[in-house]
Design a protein around this ligand. Structure first.
Ligand code: GRF
Length: 197
């Protein structure tokens, strides 16, 4: 059984896609052992709790320094001994010690076709605003391993999505989530789960 810890910051639609995929069997051999959010008000936490999944908030606001937050966050992850950490709409920089400790075992979903529209400052709607400003005809989403950089780790899978005439950032974000993010993140987890002893 692949034990996964899912890190979230907001609405949790990617988390919901993972939970639904586990329920309908398109993700095999996997258990969500904890959901952690940096944001106490994240709807993602409610989504997890409604399924009886351990869900906690570890907020930088509750710590006097980034170092103290990093230590508390890493302890909250270590406590459930995950085989894989999944960043699903997670907007906080991971502790460097955690990236080293879980090297090759942290994945992230990014709402563009990396290497386009990624790196510092490219998150959420900003990604789609940049894609529309550049005038690309195709965008999409990427699942990649997390390394010390921002959106720079090895790519696991990608899915393209058409940009349509009249798209706003909000419309495009929704299409990328529905047609790409919610498809390839569960797929990536299932591929890792099938390889897991
Ligand atoms: C999505 O655009 C996702 O790609 C980005 O955060 C946004 C919200 O994700 N990483 P979620 O609904 O909280 O999963």
């Amino acid at each position: 059984m692949l034990r996964i810890c899912v890190c979230v910051s907001g609405g949790g639609t990617n988390l919901q896609a993972i939970m639904d995929a586990i329920d309908n069997g398109s993700i095999t051999n996997t258990q969500i052992v904890r959901v952690i959010s940096n944001n106490k008000g994240a709807h993602a936490l409610e989504r997890a709790k409604s399924k009886g999944i351990d869900a906690i908030a570890v907020s930088p606001k509750d710590y006097d320094s980034r170092e103290l937050f990093n230590s508390a966050f890493l302890s909250a992850v270590d406590a459930v001994s995950p085989d894989l950490v999944v960043l699903a709409g997670f907007l906080v920089v991971l502790p460097p010690e955690m990236i080293r400790k879980y090297e090759g075992r942290i994945i992230n979903i990014h709402p563009s076709l990396i290497p386009s529209f990624c790196g510092k400052g490219y998150y959420g709607l900003k990604v789609h605003e940049a894609a529309l400003a550049r005038g690309v005809k195709v965008t999409g989403a990427t699942v990649h391993y997390v390394d010390e950089g921002t959106d720079t780790g090895p790519i696991i899978c990608q899915k393209a999505v058409e940009v349509l005439e009249g798209d706003t950032p909000e419309i495009l974000q929704r299409r990328v989530m529905e047609q790409a993010e919610w498809v390839i993140l569960p797929q990536a987890i299932d591929e890792i789960a099938r390889r897991h002893q």
